[in-house]
Design a protein around this ligand. Structure first.
Ligand code: F6R
Length: 359
């Protein structure tokens, strides 16, 4: 039931703060300690490499997961598109551990990989929103996203829930491996900050609606750019925009743009800089400037601590490792309002299915 919402997508965007609180209370204790199956942590501890497998938005959540597992737990992590992995048979390490990310738990491409993983007796974890789904049943371990049903075809709360679960898991693994950075990372408190921050962004949605009108309704092409973790969010931001508003959007490593793609910038092409990482903030700013001097209509999504006078959307500060939980929210809303302003069916974009059960 959509309740007072015109579309499920808006309802699901709005539910994100509560999902964050719920995950914090289910997977961490008041002391800040994580609360995760110890057998799962022991298995992960023995792995020399983590392989994350997913499709679409879940793949993008995996790209954030790589940063989390490498930084907090110091385990080399690869992220693979399920449909590629299934037939490329990438070279594996001696002790691989597989993490499947899937909102529905039914994506055929991911399942194809899991069947092979099981045939080779490797251990796996499925992180999914749907209990008893195929990927849930067939993996060694499972963790639920507890996001409630996601009806809109464009995935929103599943992305942020996947990242939150990955962050909790990476902290738990890092602690088990006595990594100081993991011990000092208070994920419970951080998820509280995230929930409050998400709510603040959502409460400001009128401003985002205005931006969507001004920049995107007449655009046929747009770019989100960023570096590092912001680059991974740029991919998800672009996917949201293209799938429901049909604006051709690309997410890009901001430094890579000038190596060819900048040729696509015309007068008025929207280019949005995502800036949440101190180390690379100024670099992305100058890349944005490069597009502006070629006519792009630029604006920024910036973490408060890095904000300057002429920034556009300022999102609250949280630990730099989990900024995607906040920076993606304006992008979800931009996609929503662009689709709405164009009079499209936000929840049911053309040519798409919620769960892709063919390879
Ligand atoms: C994008 C979207 C798709 C799914 C993808 C994987 O908004 O919804 O890209 O993320 O089809 O689906 P799951 O997560 O169910 O495996």
């Amino acid at each position: 039931d959509k309740g007072p919402y015109p579309y499920y997508m808006l309802k699901e965007i709005d539910e994100q703060p509560n999902v964050m609180r719920k995950l914090a209370s289910l997977y961490t204790e008041e002391s800040g300690k994580t609360n995760i199956d110890s057998n799962l942590i022991n298995s992960l501890k023995q792995a020399d490499r983590i392989y994350i497998v997913g499709a679409g938005t879940s793949y993008h959540a995996g790209l954030v997961g790589k940063k989390l597992f490498e930084k907090l737990a110091h385990v080399p992590t690869e992220v693979h598109i399920a449909s590629e992995f299934a037939y490329e048979n990438p070279l594996l390490s001696k002790k691989p551990f597989f993490i499947f990310l899937s909102q529905s738990g039914e994506t055929a491409d991911s399942r194809e990989v899991l069947v092979n993983v099981n045939a080779n007796d490797y251990e796996s974890l499925t992180i999914t929103n749907v209990e008893n789904s195929t990927l849930f049943r067939e993996a060694t371990y499972t963790m639920l996203l507890h996001a409630g049903p996601e009806i809109s075809v464009a995935s929103t709360k599943a992305y942020t829930a996947q990242i939150a679960v990955e962050a909790i898991l990476a902290k738990a693994l890092g602690e088990a491996k006595e990594q100081v950075i993991a011990e000092e990372f208070d994920i419970r408190q951080q998820l509280g900050f995230v929930a409050t921050g998400m709510q603040a962004i959502i409460d400001d949605k009128d401003e985002i609606e205005q931006l969507a009108k001004k920049y995107f309704v007449h655009a046929n092409r747009a770019f989100y750019i960023g570096r590092g973790i912001d680059q991974t969010v740029s991919l998800e931001a672009a996917l949201k925009l293209k799938e429901i508003s049909y604006v051709q959007a690309e997410g890009f490593a901001s430094g890579e743009l000038k190596h060819g793609t900048i040729a696509l910038i015309e007068n008025g092409t929207p280019v949005i800089g995502i800036i949440t990482q101190k180390r690379t903030a100024n670099l992305t700013r100058s890349n944005l400037q490069e597009t502006m001097s070629r006519g792009a209509a630029t604006f920024t999504i910036v973490r408060k601590g890095l904000a300057q006078d002429d920034d556009t959307l300022i999102i609250p500060d949280v630990d730099e490792l989990i900024t995607p939980l906040l920076s993606v929210v304006p992008a979800q809303l931009i996609a929503y309002f662009t689709s709405l302003n164009k009079g499209l069916d936000v929840d049911r974009p053309r040519n798409l299915a919620k769960s892709v059960t063919v390879e």
